[in-house]
Design a protein around this ligand. Sequence first.
Ligand code: ZN
Length: 472
Amino acid sequence: MKLSFHGAAQGVTGSCHLLECAGHRILIDCGLFQGSRHLSETNSAPFGFDPADIDILLLTHAHLDHCGRIPLLVKRGFKEEIITTSATRDLAKLIMMDSAHIQEEDAEHASRRLRRHGHAQVEPLYDELDVLGALDFFGRNATYDQSIQLNEHMTARFINAGHILGSASIVIDAIEDGQSRRIVFSGDLGNMGHPVLIDQSPPPKADYVVMETTYGDRLHKSSEDSVVELFDAIRQTLARGGNAIIPTFALERAQEILFHLKKGIESGELPSSLPVFLDSPMAVSATKIFRQHTEAFRPEIRDEMLAGNDPFQLPQLKFTRQVSDSVAINNIKGGAVIMAGSGMCTGGRIRHHLKHNIWRPESSIIFVGFAAQGTLARKIIDGAKEVRMYGENIQVKAHIHTINGFSAHADQKELLDWLDFTGHPKTTFLVHGEPDKGMAKMREKLKERGLAFICPADHQEVDLLEETGPLL
Ligand code: ZN
């Protein structure tokens, strides 16, 4: 019985873990590496196993760093069943299609340059046809807390991870040579108290745990304080006669912000005539998928929804898919909330809205999510006086707000609380974190508690029938 790590080892992205038991090979997640050019290039490298040898793929959730290499896995020979929750299946289709589109555009861009110099063209990692091919392998739907027989030696159980719609931790019971082991894969764990989605379920006692450590070095501010900050920022902007621009991720954060705005209007904290634009085709599609999965909603929100009160519908909300509608928003000089992607301002329609508002002292840019080093969002947050967009240097005069309390990830305390439920695992494998940040802090915390852990290296393999792993 072996466990090996083929992504998110000593890093955040590219989650992909392989569990082998009695000749069966089960893959947990197959995510894309994201971030630096070097990481992006890792995507085309060999997986570290033969995709044709994998018997089943279990998918924890639909974020790209967990599902983004699935079309490539299929392209390289995987032909078996993919099991996940029905909400994750719907969202993963959207995310993988969008990814294919970007891969095709990037390859075309690179090819044009190479052709000019007489070189062969670049193939995309995968294209939309590969995604359609991959969707054919999505088989049984997992329901939270119900056991699924994977083969005669292994069962899997998906439990709610409370991270994004449809997200799960996965509990696998495996038997080899009469010895049984329970392995829990955390997937990504949610921040407690999401306004719409049900909180994570506690995991059971386990022999081994594979745990994410993204925010192992942080304690989140409360989301109530963040909502107050958000409303204040919007009201001040309206009073100055400007627009409030919110760069937002299409999946999860966009829906969460819509929900808060709706509550603000209902409570009278925001004007009922407030025009709100969700200018992101992907966010519009993701919001539709949310509405189809009320099973994941808190009971009171689900009841409201069934009674006809849609949690994401505001009186003056406009979804824009067409480019012409998006361009028309540029004519609005003040009084509107404009949400658009990408959240880190690296591309997408948000850049147009920044161009039209960032130089105006009456407008504001409100950041509600993570902004990685090197991105335009990070530059603005760090106080740049001028930014370069569309070949122009544009002055930053708008009010800049950074609201840190909205997070889809568990913080240090929540991670440790979650781990407590698993008892005293023989070994905890720390993955999905920056080695010098979240992962480093969790390493310290586990050491303090006398728990055995390993921070595996890429492609490292561990024998699970051994008693414990070394402290690394
Ligand atoms: Zn995630």
